[in-house]
Design a protein around this ligand. Structure first.
Ligand code: FAD
Length: 496
């Protein structure tokens, strides 16, 4: 049952002991940007004895993730889940009346969640003696920053190393830029100004689908427009299908192969015109109460004075780094959304920690076998490591073992049998290369997949690991059993 030796296995306590002390004690490190990349880097640097300054415009660390991304969206999605479960309860003989939504209290609760978590980070920052400066940083040269504080005061500080963690912002389509408070990006969408009667979501990626799901649960008629032939471009189609089917019931319309050609303020709404082969003549335009544009994110690499350093920026606007997250300027490191895809909080944090270890002189490289991606819709979609789409593109031979949740006792007790768990396995070594899950709670379940891929687990390791019953986690084990044709709950007739 043992996995092949893994080159990255390290004993963390030994590593930490080696890192603490000697070379790191007197290093002065600045971290620009207080998101999950920046604060993770700043905190580890402080833990390793460096003198750390963290700069961010907000009162506390948190960045996009905590103030206007992961956290507020998940708080609202939790509410959406509750509303939908109360509606589904009709199937189980429980009738709840229509929910009354007090928008002000809902917003206060969401804001309270953000405040609690960012306040906690502020406290952790103080406890670690991180110098937190509320302001924006610009480069004077490779090792000096001019920091304009929120109260307009300016300071110039010098450092041995600078870590850029400036993150990203919503991308905009210039042709769709109109002057209207009813046109929102993800930040505006999370503000929840009202519950519009109708909402057009431009872009069928994870942010559009998550926020669309929130508004649909609150009672808005949601239309999603995606220019590609499917939702969640990049994800395996078999994982997206159950989500698409459920969203078709929740949303008023999902228009694929369609683009929004123009937006125009009209009365109290916005008139949108659509283009695309599947757009029928009668449906070429429509007025919506609000429009949410969620067509991706752009890296914040236009940092004032960056040209005074040797840092290189790619044509797509990402800061270029090596596997130690060091830029072309030896004194400057960069992490998180500003260095590239996937633009995810956990990738940013791990990069932040790797950059700090590199600065501490430790032999490290950021080369994960699996970075999980989770779409927190209902059902959730999650994957890690190799995907089938990627394997097809690379013409890589793999075996795929799928376990349908209709055969999972736990999924049936939850009345959520539409899910599926699959393993992508190397046919020769039987090593698990990737895991994909669609279903309720897939975002929690994928962590086991990440561990399997990262630890180079074999399908037999997963199959022989006793999972608790009845849980959705059993579907991971049973997918491995499917690989061997011995799943207890899926009958596969013998050939010939
Ligand atoms: P950011 O979090 O973007 O933080 C960068 C910080 O740097 C900001 O505070 C910015 O103001 C500051 N800054 C910029 N320039 C300067 C400067 N010159 N001086 C000082 N400070 C500066 N990811 C997930 O993993 N899971 C999710 O569920 C998820 N949900 C999301 C939902 C939404 C609606 C959005 C918008 C994003 C979501 N993300 C999610 C993505 C996640 O928020 C980002 O990947 C993550 O925040 C990136 O972290 P970061 O540290 O690179 O930068």
């Amino acid at each position: 049952m043992s996995a092949p030796d893994h080159p990255k296995k390290v004993i963390m306590n030994e590593t930490a002991n080696k890192m603490q002390g000697a070379t790191t004690n007197n290093l002065r490190v600045a971290v620009v940007g207080g998101g999950p990349g920046g604060y993770a880097a700043a905190f580890l640097a402080a833990d390793l004895g460096m003198h750390v300054t963290l700069v961010d415009p907000e009162a506390n660390p948190g960045g996009v993730c905590l103030y206007r991304g992961c956290i507020p969206s998940k708080a609202l999605l939790h509410v959406a889940k509750l509303i939908e479960e109360s509606q589904q309860a009709k199937n189980w003989g429980i009738d709840f009346p229509e929910p009354k939504i007090d928008l002000q209290r809902l917003r206060t609760w969401k804001e309270g969640v953000v405040k609690k978590l960012t306040g906690g980070l502020g406290l952790l920052s103080k406890q670690r003696h991180v110098e937190y400066i509320q302001g924006r940083a610009a480069f004077e040269n490779s090792t000096s920053l001019r920091i304009t504080k929120t109260d307009s005061a300016e300071v110039v500080l010098s450092f041995d190393r600078i870590i850029l963690a400036t993150g990203s912002r919503p991308a905009i389509i210039p042709a769709l830029k109109i002057d209207s408070p009813r046109l929102m990006d993800s930040t505006g969408g999370l503000n929840l100004e009202d519950i519009p009667g109708s909402l057009l979501v431009v872009g069928g990626g994870y942010i559009g689908l998550e926020l669309g799901s929130v508004y649909a649960a609150l009672g808005t008629h949601v239309t999603v427009v995606e220019m590609l032939p499917g939702l969640l471009p990049g994800a395996d189609r078999d994982l997206v299908l159950p989500l698409h089917k459920r969203l078709e019931k929740k949303f008023e319309a999902i228009l694929l192969n369609t683009t929004v050609a123009s937006l125009k303020v009209e009365g109290a709404g916005i008139r949108a015109t659509f283009d695309g082969a599947s757009v029928k003549d009668g449906n070429r335009e429509r007025i919506f109460d609000r429009v949410l544009v969620s067509v991706g994110r752009k890296p914040n690499s236009e940092i004032t004075g960056l040209k005074k350093t040797q840092v290189q920026v790619s044509p797509r606007g990402f800061i270029e780094v090596n596997k130690q997250l060091q830029t072309a300027d030896p004194a400057i490191y960069a992490i998180g959304d500003v260095v590239g895809e996937p633009m995810l909080a956990h990738k940013a944090s791990h990069e932040g920690r790797t950059a700090v270890e590199a600065i501490a002189g430790h032999k490290v490289a950021f080369e994960p076998a699996a970075i999980p991606a989770v779409v927190f819709t209902d059902p959730e979609v999650a994957w890690c490591g190799l995907t089938e789409t990627q394997a097809e593109k690379e013409k890589r031979e793999i075996k795929v073992a799928k376990f349908p949740w209709g055969a999972s006792g736990r999924a049936v007790t939850l009345d959520r049998p539409e899910g599926m768990t699959k393993l992508l396995v190397d046919p020769q070594s039987e090593r698990v290369l990737g895991v994909g899950i669609v279903g309720a709670g897939a975002g929690e379940l994928i962590a086991e997949g990440v561990l399997a891929v990262e630890m180079a687990a074999l399908a037999s390791d997963v199959a022989m690991t006793i999972h608790p019953h009845p849980t959705l986690s059993e579907t991971v084990m049973e997918a491995a059993e499917v690989f061997f044709g011995t799943s207890t709950d899926v009958y596969r007739p013998k050939r010939g």
